[in-house]
Design a protein around this ligand. Structure first.
Ligand SMILES: Nc1nc2c(c(=O)[nH]1)N[C@H]1C(S)=C(S)[C@@H](COP(=O)(O)OP(=O)(O)OC[C@H]3O[C@@H](n4cnc5c(N)ncnc54)[C@H](O)[C@@H]3O)O[C@H]1N2
Ligand code: MOO
Length: 440
């Protein structure tokens, strides 16, 4: 999977956000296409051109509930001088053996039913007495009241042109037309079209399987009792949700203890179901930073580009990061910092584009807009670091929420955007224009 060898530099070197992203994207390639059932292919990128084999509609059919008639038989019809026709029966949607409509005759026809031979046009039931002889009808008599179908006579009060209320065969798409191009992302309308032309499976790039694994002996799972010094594991939930939001099939592995051997074993067990692995925590410089310890030497010496490299980025939050590939298939792995806001921001900036690259999407990044900074305080930022502050964006303006601390999950939950303060800015005053990443 890995092709590009990570660039290397001394341990104090600060890599830019863009360099880090470029290096990650150089190691991920779109997944090999597979044939999937339509609904499993939702959100995936099509890799084949789809040609229509069955015209839509496949046959001329009625767009209204009404009567299939001949044009000449209703010409000049009015409420005062209705055309009285003999009703020869029903044509329901799905009918295969069609009755013939002769001169002076009408067949009750339902929306979607084939236009029967002999009939040239359809008059909606509202233009008739519905066969009840009591003036204009609002609808047809239910089939349950006359299971044998309609008989007798119908009065038609208005004329109809040839093929009125008839949907012509092939008027939507014709056999041989291109229905969808390779590269199309399959949303509900595209899945609708594929089903309509009879395609049950399609060749697409599958959703990547992403294993999200949190680390930290202080972590307990929600609903469990919190003892002294412990906190709840929020990162594994946040990033699993974020991976799903990006289009992945995500598996959450909650809170591996700070022990390198356990972590290595857990990662090895999980590799079988991973196209991408994401870890949180344990990448800094502490004595218990177990991800770094476990993975720093996880490379395959025979394979250039394999292994996990740990770096510092010129970024806040999200300074310590690891990335590379592990295992026999060189599965890409991103090791994100443990602070909850740091891991989430890192996910949005680095993991989301990687997931979307694996999917074969071209639109891999969150949208960015320019916005006017509002609020009553100046934003400050350390020189030389690109800062991502949480904000609420609406109508071209963005207001900061919460402070810069990377533990502030409550403020993150109020945010819908990241305010970008560039490396060369020490402060940004209200009223200034800023770059904003929209979190959707
Ligand atoms: N001496 C230094 N200390 C630190 C530095 C540094 O440069 N020198 N960098 C700081 C920065 S910046 C970050 S970010 C963190 C990254 O630390 P780790 O990736 O090693 O993460 P941990 O130490 O495991 O945890 C940090 C913090 O986040 C909490 N956490 C961890 N996992 C979860 C989780 N799944 N759910 C909720 N909260 C979690 C953890 O309890 C810690 O409070 O290092 C700084 N230190
Ligand atoms: O850089 Mo750390 O990720 O701020 O908190």
């Amino acid at each position: 999977m890995s092709t590009a060898a990570p660039r290397t530099a001394g341990p104090d070197h600060l890599w830019s956000v863009d360099e880090h992203l470029d290096d990650i994207l150089a190691t991920v390639r779109p997944l090999e296409p597979i044939e999937l059932n339509l609904l499993d292919a939702q959100g995936c990128v099509l890799v084949e051109d789809i040609t229509v084999t069955v015209s839509l509609p496949p046959f001329d059919n009625s767009s209204m509930d009404g009567y299939a008639v001949r044009v000449a038989d209703v010409a000049g019809a009015s409420e005062q001088y209705p055309a009285a026709l003999e009703v020869v029966g029903d044509v329901a949607a799905g009918a295969a053996d069609l009755l013939h409509v002769g001169p002076g005759q009408a067949a009750r026809i339902m929306t979607g039913a084939p236009l029967p031979p002999g009939a040239e046009t359809v008059v909606p039931v509202e233009w008739t007495d519905g066969g009840l002889g009591e003036g204009p009808a609002a609808g047809m008599r239910a089939r349950s009241l006359a299971p044998e179908g309609a008989t007798g006579q119908v009065n038609v009060y208005r004329p109809a042109e040839a093929r009125a209320h008839v949907r012509a065969m092939g008027s939507d798409v014709r056999a041989g037309d291109r229905a969808l191009d390779a590269g199309t992302v399959l949303g509900p309308p595209q899945i609708s079209l594929l089903a309509a032309i009879g395609r049950g499976t399609v060749r697409v790039r599958p959703r990547p399987r992403v294993v999200v694994l949190s680390t930290g002996s202080e972590l307990v799972q929600p609903d469990e009792e919190l003892r002294s010094g412990q906190i709840y594991d929020s990162n594994s939930f946040a990033l699993t949700a974020a991976a799903r939001d990006a289009g992945a099939i995500a598996y959450r592995v909650g809170a591996v203890a700070d022990d390198a051997a356990t972590l290595r074993d857990t990662i090895e067990d999980q590799l079988v179901r991973a196209d991408l692995m994401v870890t949180t925590g344990g990448v800094s410089v502490g004595a218990y930073d177990v991800v770094k310890e476990a993975l720093s030497h996880a490379g395959d010496e025979d394979e250039p580009g394999s292994g996990v490299e740990f770096r510092k980025l010129a970024m806040q939050p999200g300074k310590p990061q690891g990335f590379g590939s592990i295992g026999p298939d060189h599965t890409p792995l991103l090791a994100l910092p443990g602070n909850p806001v740091s891991s989430y921001v890192s996910f949005e900036l680095f993991v989301r584009p990687a997931i979307r690259t694996l999917m074969g999407l071209t639109d891999i990044h969150r949208p960015r807009v320019r916005a006017q900074l509002t609020g009553d305080r100046e934003l400050t930022s350390p020189r030389g670091r690109r800062q991502f502050l949480r904000g609420r964006y609406a109508d071209g303006a963005v207001t900061p929420v919460g402070g810069a601390g990377s533990h502030l999950v409550a403020a993150l939950a109020q945010a819908n955007a990241l305010i970008v303060v560039p490396e060369d800015a020490r402060s940004v005053a209200p009223g200034a224009e800023v770059d904003v990443v929209l979190l959707g």
